[in-house]
Ligand binder design. Structure first.
Ligand SMILES: Nc1ncnc2c1ncn2[C@@H]1O[C@H](COP(=O)(O)OP(=O)(O)O)[C@@H](O)[C@H]1O
Ligand SMILES: [Mg+2]
Length: 348
């Protein structure tokens, strides 16, 4: 059965990906694993599904998971508070559990104080904590780009220190698997082009669902969609679960499926046009022309492999706006999701 339930809502397929990660965790940690892909393909959901359904119940594993989207990181102190907690701080623990943080590091108040005062190195302390664990360690970090622009006491970059620590955990000491999730392609590209990180990393793409997945899901939901309807939905929304969920939730408001899909398309088109306005405000109209060239490739062959300096600026700008998605491993640019691809045809 491909359709399961997770937190009271449908969870579609991902069998292949689940097996991949379960096998991966059985191996010895050698490199940092980057789990990447367009926005809303289901990276966070997949990893949380694996944690809750497979890893937590297996006593061999010791899971530490943190999603930086769910905590506000504006300083090194905040960062420390988000991953460490005082030993006798039960309230904090309960709160963290509710927010799906697992197994944070618990330490005595005096050690915490020393770390905050920079008298004790945080990452050395964490490494020792990983070393103490008896089981197989898995350390998972979501939305890591939140650590950009944060400095440790005004000089060292937190992100570089953190990534060095991740390399130490994997390649150097083999103490823990490290999974890092991100949709931010500019950020990922930097990592991919950083010689040190590239050889010490693995990259795994989590893409939108397939036509077969969507078809099975929609049929199983008994929503009254004919096969032609399903084809029409896939033509407009592709395998984007987030869009299809929205379609289902608002279905009752529309007389026809076509009307609803057309309205969703119009909204997508407006989102793109809005980013054009932002480019113009910056006096960077050439970015719009750059995007149009990329769009032509995408309409013709599904992706663009342009990589001149000028194209790159447009790619970066529209990736930042989450219209495009750049895959550094394949070195191609695609639309972030199918409805944008469809909207591109109207914009040209
Ligand atoms: N396999 C799936 N089946 C059903 N819904 C899913 C699946 N994966 C993700 N979703 C839903 O899609 C939305 C986006 O998922 P999320 O995990 O936040 O994406 P990402 O982390 O890649 O940006 C969420 O509402 C989530 O519940
Ligand atoms: Mg996510």
């Amino acid at each position: 059965m491909l359709i399961k339930e997770f937190r009271g809502v449908d969870f579609v397929n991902r069998e292949k990906e689940i097996q991949f990660f379960l096998n991966y965790f059985k191996q010895k940690p050698e490199r940092v694993m980057w789990v990447y892909g367009p926005k809303s393909t289901g990276k966070t959901t997949l990893i949380e599904y694996i944690i809750e359904n497979y890893l937590l119940e297996d006593k061999h594993y010791n899971i530490k998971y943190i999603n930086f989207r769910r905590v506000l990181i504006s300083s090194f102190d905040n960062f420390i508070d988000s991953i460490l907690e005082e030993q006798d701080d039960e309230i904090q623990t309960e709160l963290n559990r509710n927010y799906n943080f697992f197994g944070l590091f618990r330490l005595e108040a005096k050690t915490l104080k020393k770390i905050k005062e920079n008298k004790k190195n945080l990452f050395n302390y964490l490494l020792e904590e990983f070393r103490k664990e008896k089981g197989k360690n898995i350390f998972i970090i979501d939305e890591i780009q939140s650590l950009q622009d944060i400095y440790i006491n005004g000089n060292k970059k937190l992100l570089s220190e953190f990534l060095n620590f991740c390399v130490a955990l994997t390649k150097e000491t083999h103490l823990s698997h490290v999974l890092i999730l991100t949709s931010n392609t500019i950020f990922l590209n930097e990592i991919y082009n950083n010689a040190k990180m590239k050889v010490t990393s693995d990259f795994e793409l989590i893409d939108h669902l397939t036509y077969e997945d969507i078809k099975e899901w929609l049929i199983s939901r008994n929503l009254g969609f004919s096969l032609e309807d399903i084809d029409l939905i896939y033509d407009y929304l592709g395998g984007s679960v987030a869009h299809i969920k929205k379609l289902i939730d608002y279905r009752f408001r529309y007389n026809s499926l076509k009307d609803q899909l057309e309205e969703m398309l119009k909204i997508a088109e407006n989102e793109i046009l809005f980013t054009f306005r932002e480019a113009r405000k910056l006096d960077k109209d050439y970015l719009i022309d750059g995007l149009k060239n990329i769009i032509k490739d995408i309409i013709k062959q599904g992706y663009s492999d342009r990589d001149s300096k000028k194209d790159e600026e447009a790619i970066d700008f529209f990736c930042e706006k989450e219209i495009l998605f750049f895959d550094p491993v394949k070195n191609i640019t695609i639309a972030n999701n199918r409805i944008y691809e469809k909207a591109f045809e109207r914009i040209l």
